[in-house]
Design a protein around this ligand. Structure first.
Ligand code: PEP
Length: 255
């Protein structure tokens, strides 16, 4: 059984008061709910404030990035241990904005994934093709390469801690959502990659989220696909009503 995971990636949005208010609204509305697991990933400077709000509530905290070293001369960076210290459970790694705006490679993402696991953080590892790669019929190849390289060297025990997020780059922040069939095809491909590298049981255990312009209006159809186990939500996670509607669109568990 896989429990759905709906995670809000707040990116570089909201201020301190707005982050606290949004976290309070979600915590209050999720109180007593036994549906999907819900995580919020605020900007790093507001993690502490949001952590205080969500402590003891069903809302789980995630970070948007880390640097793969325990400590040292890495000006401006945040270590996995620091994120644990702030009560983070998850960390988003390999997001397309970090791949394409900040030039992160699969090799660097892999170092981050291993460092996160070492610190007992659960990585949400993003993969996804560019529009030109999809149009050239290269989606499966691109996804396989990102899967193999960003998740290189993970033991069977470590892969169980991972969430994969399929996020077609052309659908992120554009309002263009992948059709449920397009998304399901890639999710199934990822599950087969997991099965061939590990085994059937592991492949069936790992959660694979979809991300890319998910909103209340399209969430139900996407989340009804057999291999879509949740959503990584950007823009629509910034408003409590919209985000809660996505959370409510998720069935309790995937069998
Ligand atoms: C994201 O940032 O991971 C994302 C999917 O953004 P949006 O929902 O805004 O497309």
């Amino acid at each position: 059984m896989r429990q759905f995971l709906i995670a809000g990636n707040w990116k570089m949005n909201l201020d301190r008061a707005g982050s606290v208010t949004l976290a309070e609204q979600l915590a209050e509305r999720l109180n007593g709910s036994d549906g999907a697991e819900v995580a919020v990933c605020p900007p790093s400077v507001y993690l502490d404030a949001v952590a205080s709000v969500v402590k003891g509530t069903p809302v789980v905290l995630g970070a948007q990035n880390l640097y793969p070293a325990a400590k040292g001369a890495f000006t401006g960076e945040i270590s996995p241990g620091m994120l644990r210290d702030l009560d983070c459970t998850y960390v988003i790694l390999g997001h397309s904005e970090r791949r394409h705006v900040l030039g992160e490679t699969d090799e660097f993402i892999n170092r981050k994934v291993l460092a996160a696991l070492e610190a007992e953080l659960r990585p949400i590892v993003c993969v996804g093709e560019l529009l030109e790669e999809r149009e050239a019929g290269k989606t499966a190849e691109v996804i396989q390469k990102q899967f193999e390289q960003s998740l290189a060297g993970l033991s069977a025990e470590q892969i169980r801690e991972i969430v994969i997020a399929y996020e077609p780059v052309w659908a992120i922040g554009t309002g263009k959502v992948a059709s449920p069939e397009q998304a399901e095809e890639v999710h199934l491909h990822l599950r087969k990659l997991l099965e061939s590298r590990y085994n059937h049981e592991i492949a069936e255990t790992i959660r694979i989220q979809y991300g890319g312009s998910v909103k209340a209006a399209n969430a139900k159809e996407l989340l009804a696909q057999p291999n879509i186990d949740g959503a990584l939500v950007g823009g629509a996670s910034l408003k409590a009503d919209e985000f809660m509607a996505i959370v409510e669109a998720a069935p309790a568990t995937v069998s």
